[in-house]
Design a protein around this ligand. Structure first.
Ligand SMILES: Cc1ncc(COP(=O)(O)O)c(C=O)c1O
Length: 397
């Protein structure tokens, strides 16, 4: 039996008392009315005439076409839509792997994807180096390959580190996989919140498999629209056969809304990135003000940051914030893996939502008053606590 999903268990443990969310990795969502207001005449017609019968199990052809158009040289039949990126990853990994195979898994990785591999076959983990750039050591990847290695699986841009794979490293990894005839599966759900996204792997490698969806940068996780993009149609058919055992089709309402979002990606993503940029600047200023507690991060990802916490145990810190401030951040230990070492002295702080600004103010005040020097500075301590209470008050109602 695999370990329980640590992130889901952490959220279930704490979310009831949470008023300030710095845990989310998705972006500010759009209310239904705002998304529909972006629909062109064709999508308005689709929406008005929405057929609520069973839909195409692969996803509507016009939706797959819109996904394919994001990538040079891809057609609708190179795309299989699934209920979120998580289902997409799980189905393609199950279609690819047998118990006789071996997989190389780049860590950290989204736990359900890691477990989709380890439930199926032997796996070797290669951890990104905690060297300031989260470098992937390709020599270690090469050394981990076995005669029965079937694929390399990674998540770039990476959660929780925010690391992206530089173009040269992607090319070198593709060259290695090509030499050995390996599939290269990359979960790219955070590509839209990378300031300088690398090309999707499906664009640069004939055995490249891109997993993506609308949950993160588009801020539409409630639609449950994700996909596998891959130029091997036989593999997509096998992936569809796995998916057929899980869900028959997407929600047809979600298909229309997803199509609207993809057509209006420019404006939706511009808004997402602007919110992320502003929150990133706010967080950087906060980290600088509390440099005794945090190492300056120097990251650039717009969905989350992953600073090193110098104040003690990061798990204890996250629990303290949840309990004392109703504020949620994620300790790095949630990405712990049996396949390899990962830093546990960091926290992931989400940046994608407008509400992050006030949550950072709460965090800032808490950190300012935290060393409870009530004997030394009773007046300033009390004043800061009162300010913190005032700041939190409106969100309680
Ligand atoms: C790296 C990664 N992949 C996949 C997912 C799941 O995405 P979806 O909600 O589209 O299934 C997540 C969600 O947090 C994630 O962080």
């Amino acid at each position: 039996m695999s370990e329980p999903f640590a992130l889901a268990a952490f959220l279930a443990r704490w979310s009831a008392g949470i008023r300030h969310d710095l845990a989310a990795s998705d972006s500010e969502t759009l209310p239904l009315a705002a998304l529909l207001a972006l629909a062109d005449a064709e999508d308005q017609r689709r929406w008005a005439a929405l057929d609520l019968g069973y839909a195409d199990p692969r996803g509507a052809p016009w939706l797959r076409e819109a996904v394919a158009r994001r990538h040079a040289g891809l057609a609708a039949d190179d795309v299989l839509c699934c209920a979120g990126a998580q289902e997409a990853a799980s189905c393609v990994l199950r279609a690819l792997l047998t118990p006789d195979d071996h997989a190389v898994v780049v860590l950290p990785l989204y736990q359900p994807s890691e477990q989709a591999v380890t439930a199926r076959c032997a796996a070797t983990g290669i951890s990104l180096a905690d060297d300031g750039a989260w470098t992937l050591d390709l020599d270690r990847v090469a050394a981990a390959l076995r005669p029965n290695t079937r694929l390399v699986l990674a998540n770039f841009p990476n959660s929780p580190t925010g690391a992206s794979l530089p173009r040269a490293a992607l090319d070198a990894l593709v060259a290695l996989c090509r030499r050995r005839g390996l599939w290269l599966v990359i979960d790219e759900v955070y590509r839209e919140t990378d300031p300088v996204p690398a090309p999707a792997v499906v664009e640069v490698y004939e055995r490249g498999i891109s997993i993506d969806g609308l949950s993160k940068g588009y801020g539409l996780p409630g639609l449950r629209v994700g996909w596998v993009a891959c130029r091997d149609r036989a593999l997509l058919s096998r992936t569809l056969a796995v998916k057929n055992g899980l869900s028959s089709c997407l929600s047809s309402a979600s298909e229309v809304l997803a199509h609207v979002a993809l057509r209006r990606s420019k404006s939706i993503l511009a808004r997402t990135r602007e919110i992320g940029r502003r929150n990133r600047a706010r967080l950087d200023a906060l980290l600088a003000r509390h440099s005794g507690l945090f190492e300056p991060e120097g990251g650039h990802h717009l969905a989350f940051a992953f600073p090193r916490y110098r104040g003690g145990d990061a798990d204890v810190f996250a629990a303290e914030l949840a309990r004392d401030c109703g504020l949620l951040i994620l300790p790095a230990s949630l990405w712990r893996s049996p396949l390899g070492p990962l830093p546990v002295d960091r926290v992931r702080i989400g940046l994608g939502h407008a509400r992050v600004a006030s949550a950072l103010d709460v965090l800032d005040l808490h950190l300012a008053t935290r060393p409870i020097a009530s004997d030394a500075q009773p007046a300033s301590y009390q004043a800061a606590r009162a300010a913190e209470r005032r700041l939190r008050a409106p969100e309680r109602s």
